[in-house]
Design a protein around this ligand. Structure first.
Ligand code: M6R
Length: 621
């Protein structure tokens, strides 16, 4: 969702900005633009923007501004919130006096009242965006002659403007009168500052910075950074000076490139065995029969005594959390609930002593999840994170947590993050189980099975061609059902989510038993119904549900356990997965469902990595 890249330094920044925008494309966007300050004729700051892809912007730039190549600039990919997807609404935005140029990620909630005040002062607006209001507010406060008059310079004007704003923002701001200063700020939306040699590269995430530098500064909410070619100054919006917090980006360039794959989603599906081995690496202590999670040690006692766990997240993270609910209750015997972060946040939740809330998020930037985390921590819960992106906002705002370590996930459809999240939740439940009720021997036996999960996934990936053929048979169908029970009810939910988000086929996921209570009416001749029918406690019940669908003409695609020949009697198509303990089966059973969704999207000719209307990281509530 909206990507920001900005540069100040000694190098011409046109290519740096374009490359940065391309790296940020995966976040999801509908239009793109950039501004570079360079004196050409009478004009200093040149803005070029267009609806469409970064490649369209590149072409427009080449046609309109072939010589533009200054050393300070900012750029943006927009995912529309306020105002239609049009060229004027695309960022960067300037004000009516042509003093300020600004890009923004987030939502200025009080923009209507600010706009009215500014209009009363005679300011004019040309767009429907909240961002133009912010640019105009900064311009209203900014004095381009501040050196002579003692008025507000750019940094002071940004601070003062942000004191008037409610909502969320990550911004980069330039003055058309000052080619030597870039000001950036954030509250609630992601932004980091890459620190290079005599240059700064500001971006929404590390993927746009890593080819220039691995040193980056994180920004807390309400912080403002003034960047010049000589250095930086960090302060709050109230101008209290802050010390910069610098970290090393843990991203390798190869991880954010396609590496011979046609799509990131496919690459990430196939990366899962390696990624999960990394998630487990150094965390399974076979000798002592325990799980080592350094991030939780400081809170181990509190966790062991916890009376209730609430897992929250959105989308795929929520589905992984649902598997976590089964794991925590089954293995660690702690009452556990799972809830949409967006609902948890606003339903006046009861947080009693001993409540632990686990926020699950790949990006660590999802606004709903972040807001829920803040709410429950304010009410006294211990807040833990299960996060992929190191240094992300949620990871910094939790009391403790465990990173997924699956590497950057670029495809909008979450795949390796799901299996990574389930793997971490499994390890967390074992971490607690060992301290509460499970013997070292039992934990060891379980860990041995856990360590085999990547091999099982490899076995599933080998069936890619067969899975493609099964998908192709049903590619004309507009409605699919995904059904499972127990641990694989969340797997069914995840299978349906994957299919709908990238192939735009309507799909529902639900507990297999629930089908009889209404959705069975949907089943008609040949409707694809995917059952996760692996061997486990409810296998016989699932078989009965399959019969019910079959007798109504549904076409059964079963994900079953290797060696199960009975299933062939009732299912037209069978995808086998290796036998593994039921609590671990979602990590394996989800893989064929990811491949079905992938092949369906490719067969339908969709842009797999950039599905329509979707953003990788949803940073607005
Ligand atoms: O970054 P997060 O894990 O917090 O993102 C949550 C959801 O937005 C995300 O899982 C979304 O549902 C994916 N597109 C699903 O593939």
């Amino acid at each position: 969702m909206c990507g920001i890249i900005a540069y100040i330094g000694a190098r011409p920044c046109r290519d740096i900005l374009i490359e940065g925008l391309k790296r940020l494309e995966y976040r999801g966007y509908d239009s793109a633009g950039l501004a570079i300050t360079q004196t050409i004729g009478d004009c200093t700051t040149h803005v070029c923007k267009t609806v469409g892809r970064v490649a369209d912007l590149e072409r427009k730039l080449e046609a309109d501004e072939p010589t533009l190549n200054g050393t300070i600039g900012l750029a943006h990919t927009r995912w529309a919130t306020h105002g239609a997807v049009t060229d004027p609404n695309t960022h960067p935005h300037t004000d009516d006096r042509g003093l300020i140029c600004l890009v923004h990620n987030g939502i200025i909630e009080n923009y209507v009242s600010l706009k009215k005040l500014l209009e009363e002062k005679g300011r004019k607006f040309r767009t429907e965006t909240d961002t133009e209001v912010l640019a105009t507010l900064v311009s209203e406060l900014y004095d381009p002659d501040h050196a002579k008059t003692g008025g507000m310079d750019l940094e002071a004007a940004v601070q003062a403007a942000l004191r008037e704003v409610t909502g969320a923002y990550a911004i980069a701001v330039m003055s058309t009168r000052d080619p030597d200063t870039l000001v950036v700020a954030r509250k609630g939306s992601p932004l980091i500052v890459g620190i290079g040699n005599g240059e700064f590269i500001v971006a929404s995430d590390g993927s746009a910075i890593i080819s220039h530098t691995a040193r980056a500064m994180t920004l807390d909410d309400y912080s403002v950074v003034r960047l010049t070619r000589d250095g930086l100054r960090t302060s709050t919006i109230d101008n209290v000076e802050l010390s910069p917090k610098v970290m090393q980006l843990e991203i390798e360039l190869g991880e954010i490139e396609l590496g011979g794959f046609e799509h990131y989603m496919r690459k990430e599906i196939f990366e899962q065995p390696r990624a999960l081995r990394r998630t487990m690496s150094g965390r399974l202590n076979h000798n002592e029969g325990c799980i080592v999670l350094g991030g939780l040690l400081a809170h181990a006692k509190e966790l062991v005594r916890s009376r209730r766990v609430i897992i929250c997240g959105q989308g795929t993270a929520l589905n992984a959390g649902m598997v976590g609910e089964y794991l925590f209750e089954d293995l660690a015997r702690i009452p556990t609930e799972v809830e949409y972060a967006s609902e948890l946040r606003y339903r006046n939740p009861i947080i009693e002593e001993g409540t632990v809330v686990i926020a699950v998020s790949q990006s660590g930037e999802t606004a709903d999840t972040l807001a829920a985390l803040h709410e429950v921590r304010d009410r006294g819960a211990l807040g833990l994170g299960v996060i992929n992106v190191v240094g992300s906002t949620i990871s910094r705002d939790t009391d403790a947590g465990v990173y997924l370590r699956v590497g950057p996930e670029i495809g909008v459809a979450s795949t390796k993050a799901f299996t990574g999240q389930v793997m971490v939740l499994t390890m967390m439940s074992l971490f607690l189980a060992r301290r509460r009720l499970m013997s070292g021997t039992d934990v060891s036996a379980f860990m041995a099975e856990l360590a085999r999960v990547p091999d099982h996934i490899e076995a599933v990936l080998e069936q890619d061609d067969e899975i493609r053929a099964i998908t192709e048979k049903h590619i004309g169908r507009e409605n699919w059902l995904f059904l499972g029970r127990g641990y694989n009810y969340p797997t069914a939910m995840e299978g349906a989510l994957k299919l709908k988000e990238i192939s735009y086929i309507h799909a529902e996921g639900m507990p297999a038993a629930e089908m009889k209570h209404g959705p069975i009416a949907l089943i008609d001749e040949g409707m694809p119904v995917v059952f996760i029918a692996t061997k486990g406690a409810q296998y016989d019940k699932v078989m009965s549900n399959i019969e019910e669908v079959r007798s109504r003409g549904g076409h059964i695609i079963a994900v079953a356990t290797e060696g199960d020949e009975d299933i062939r009697r009732v299912a037209e198509d069978v995808i086998y997965i290796p036998e593994c303990p039921e609590p671990l089966s979602p990590m394996v059973a989800v893989v064929p469902l990811q491949l079905i969704a992938y092949h369906a999207a490719v067969l339908r000719g969709h842009d797999v990595d950039k599905p329509r209307n979707l953003a990788k990281s949803v940073t607005v509530e």
